[in-house]
Design a protein around this ligand. Structure first.
Ligand code: ADP
Length: 461
């Protein structure tokens, strides 16, 4: 029998559940489908949350070393097994919290299974108890993204971020030597966490720039601040991974037409993520490119009642962007699939959670130049910052980019202390059209790193 629902979401991650709850609240019947059988998708399973559980521990360890000799005597010892147990405990606590939210909600059900599209309003769900069919007034495709494994012989000998960060993760002890393939944000972040905890890390990057796709200006500020113990090799093409006689891993690569090998205990394959497209998507006329399902700011596909939110559309593949997109879809569904609400893809704060972190939002110089937009830059150096001095973390700074004529804030970046926190405030200001005058007049809190935002604005006058 076919069951009717008002909304079915394919996936139960950040692109799906905010809309599911909003519509259920409005009295609509909602089904979420996810093979994990839990809400939160890959963010909680193997992404943002577990990686940060490792990162924050590594940062505290690093801070303790910086303050050693200033009254914090005696080194903290590292027990990586317990660090991963803490990570698991945080994940478990959040899964419990989400299960309680779901249990308390009316009109909404989560089915553990995999969905495929059968028609414009028809979805089949494969579960361990067989197949269920639904007729859906609306559908949100929010199937997210997955680690991309390149077709390199021996790729299966490598770990991925999935193996590293999932609950009960694969790596329970700190490897002595880690080789990271890929200098994108996941590879670079992980390289810095492990280096801070004492692993010898080598990072192999195909191109010449780390964090390709991000503004080279920001990358140039970040790179010299990374732990110099991390060996970074660019222009490297990995050709194979094999086992060493001792059971380690050997990475074979070419660089400047020379071939060479490098041995490590663990190899992390981090060359990118790809959208996960549910079976049946193209068959119902939805175009799929390499980036994902093509949608505009209303999140509607070519079929106004079928939405694609989150990583699956490739616009801004970050959890918080997915959450906002999901709410936009909910508002447009409540408006009868007539676009009333729009996602702003241009003001989503993005942080590379390396040690130290680098974060950006909005228009940065490389983009501005490409668009022929003239900027005035406000600067603040963390060497002058009270909080950075107190914590012995004076590297990096804040740069704010204003339209040269109106001094309207168009974007900014932060490299160094509190970058991931500060970029939210800068993003709010940019998204709401504040100017350098507005920021200059605001009494930022002292002695917090946020006072650097007002000071960067005042540096223009
Ligand atoms: P986003 O933040 O964009 O929502 P996530 O990757 O966090 O992305 O979540 C997507 C979720 O969708 C994952 O938990 C994934 O297992 C699930 N998923 C992927 N394909 C399907 C499918 N065909 N049916 C149901 N769920 C799916």
């Amino acid at each position: 029998a076919i069951q009717h629902v008002d909304l079915l979401t394919i996936g139960a991650g950040g692109g799906a559940y905010p809309a599911a709850f909003r519509l259920a609240q409005a009295g609509r019947s909602v089904i979420m489908v996810d093979p994990k059988g839990a809400m939160s998708g890959n963010c909680l399973y193997e992404g943002c949350v577990p990686s940060k559980a490792i990162r924050e521990t590594a940062e505290i360890y690093q801070s303790q070393q910086r303050l050693a000799g200033h009254g914090l005597a005696g080194a903290i010892s590292i027990d990586f097994t317990k660090i991963t147990m803490h990570k698991d405990a945080v994940q478990a606590r959040r899964y419990e919290q989400h299960a309680a939210e779901l249990a308390a909600a009316r009109n909404i059900k989560l089915i553990q299974g995999t969905a495929r599209l059968l028609g414009l309003h028809e979805v089949a769900v494969n579960t361990t108890d067989g197949e269920q069919r639904f007729h859906c007034a609306q559908i949100i495709i929010a199937s997210g993204s997955d680690v991309f494994i390149p077709p390199i012989p021996g790729a299966e000998l490598c770990l991925t971020s999935h193996d590293l960060y999932k609950p009960d993760s694969v790596l329970k002890t700190l490897p002595e030597r880690l080789i990271v393939i890929g200098g994108g944000y996941i590879g670079l972040e992980t390289a810095t966490f492990f280096a801070a905890l004492g692993t010898r890390v080598t990072l192999l990057q195909k191109g010449e720039q780390l964090l390709s796709g991000m503004d080279p200006g920001m990358v140039t500020l970040l790179t010299p601040l990374l732990d110099p113990a991390i060996r970074i090799r660019t222009g490297v093409d990995v050709t194979a991974v094999t086992l060493t006689p001792e059971g380690g891993r050997r990475v074979h690569y070419t660089r400047a037409e020379e071939t060479d090998t490098l041995d490590g205990d663990v190899v992390l394959m981090a060359v990118g993520r790809r959208p996960v497209i549910p079976v049946g998507t193209t068959e119902i006329g939805i175009a799929v490119t390499e980036k994902g399902i093509d949608v505009g700011p209303s999140l509607q596909t070519v079929h106004p009642h079928i939405y694609a939110c989150g990583d699956v559309n490739g616009r801004v593949p970050l959890f918080h962007a997915a959450v906002r997109q999901s709410m936009v879809a909910a508002h447009n569904i409540l408006g009868g699939n007539i676009p009333l609400d729009y996602a702003d893809f241009n003001h989503v704060p993005t942080t590379v959670f390396t040690l130290p972190a680098a974060a950006y939002v909005g228009l940065t110089p490389a983009l501005a130049e490409a668009q022929g937009i003239k900027l005035q830059t406000g600067r603040y150096d963390f060497a002058e910052d009270s909080r950075a001095q107190i914590l012995e973390r004076m590297e990096g700074g804040i740069q704010l980019f204003f339209a040269a004529d109106s001094l309207r804030l168009l974007g900014g970046w932060v490299v160094g202390i509190d970058a991931g926190q500060l970029i939210g405030q800068i993003g709010t200001a940019a998204a709401h059209g504040l100017t350098a005058y507005d920021l200059a007049r605001f009494a930022d809190q002292h002695p917090m790193s946020a006072e650097g935002i007002g000071k960067a604005a005042r540096s223009l006058f």
